[in-house]
Design a protein around this ligand. Structure first.
Ligand SMILES: C[S@@+](CC[C@H](N)C(=O)[O-])C[C@H]1O[C@@H](n2cnc3c(N)ncnc32)[C@H](O)[C@@H]1O
Length: 229
């Protein structure tokens, strides 16, 4: 496969640049960009960070679980939108000790260190044992594990689940013959996962071409909290 399909964005680069130029640049975003790039830690694009803030603002979760902390940029974005008066619990999971240390330092600097439980753990092991429910779950970890995480999520009471990077920079949409054989099975795995979730009658699922592709799901059996609680 040639690299012509691999861009940083699903949008035309000039559209992505235009959108980013329109956004007021928060000091925290610049800080995360610098820190993530200095330490070589991947982070969501700023368009995805804004989407995450909007989603927690709209869904007003009492509890949030994040799988894949990295340097904490998405943790910060989720916190930004959440109503801090009603948010009771926020747990984020990261198995890379150095990354978690960076995220902890960022949390201290930005003033939410005491609001988020930042756990150094393997998320697959955590999810296998976890029995706590979470209103809002954001998954940004190894892509081939997404179906496994979803099976664990199904065992809980949850309302909104968001998975990042589900379009693999657009490669999921390419005919398999045109992509490197080494990638074919993971791309097929992601396509199968997306089809399964989009056809699942128990969830309201939608694909959003933000960043590297977002799968947004609402549990049809999860209770939405009334406005005034
Ligand atoms: C893309 S980065 C997360 C970026 C972060 N969400 C952000 O936007 O700032 C994915 C992270 O998930 C972590 N990760 C992957 N699999 C994991 C697992 N099984 N348990 C815990 N952390 C995991 C990686 O170490 C990596 O730091």
């Amino acid at each position: 496969m040639g690299n012509q399909y691999l861009t940083d964005s699903l949008l035309f680069p000039f559209v992505e640049r235009f959108m980013e130029d329109l956004e007021p640049s928060a000091a925290s975003t610049a800080m995360f960009r610098t820190v993530a790039s200095n330490h070589g830690i991947p982070a969501v694009r700023s368009s995805v960070a804004r989407l995450l803030s909007s989603l927690t603002a709209l869904s007003r979760p009492r509890s949030i679980l994040e799988i894949g902390t990295g340097a904490g940029f998405s943790t910060h974005a989720l916190m930004e939108g959440a109503d801090r008066k009603t948010l009771e619990r926020f747990v984020t999971l990261e198995f890379n000790h150095k990354r978690l240390e960076v995220a902890r330092q960022m949390a201290e600097r930005l003033g939410w260190a005491n609001r988020v439980q930042m756990l150094h753990t393997n998320a697959l092991e955590f999810m296998a044992c976890n029995r706590d429910d979470f209103d809002f779950i954001f998954v940004d970890a190894i892509k081939r594990h997404y179906p496994i995480y979803m099976e664990y999520i199904r065992r809980l009471k949850w309302k909104v689940a968001v998975f990042d990077n589900v379009l693999y920079r657009g490669l999921v949409s390419m005919p398999r013959a045109e992509v490197s054989p080494a990638l074919r099975s993971s791309l097929q795995g992601m396509e199968n996962f997306l089809r399964q979730m989009l056809e699942d009658p128990t969830v309201q699922a939608t694909l959003i071409p933000a960043g590297d592709g977002i799968l947004l799901m609402q549990n049809r059996h999860g209770q939405l909290r009334p406005e005034n609680t």
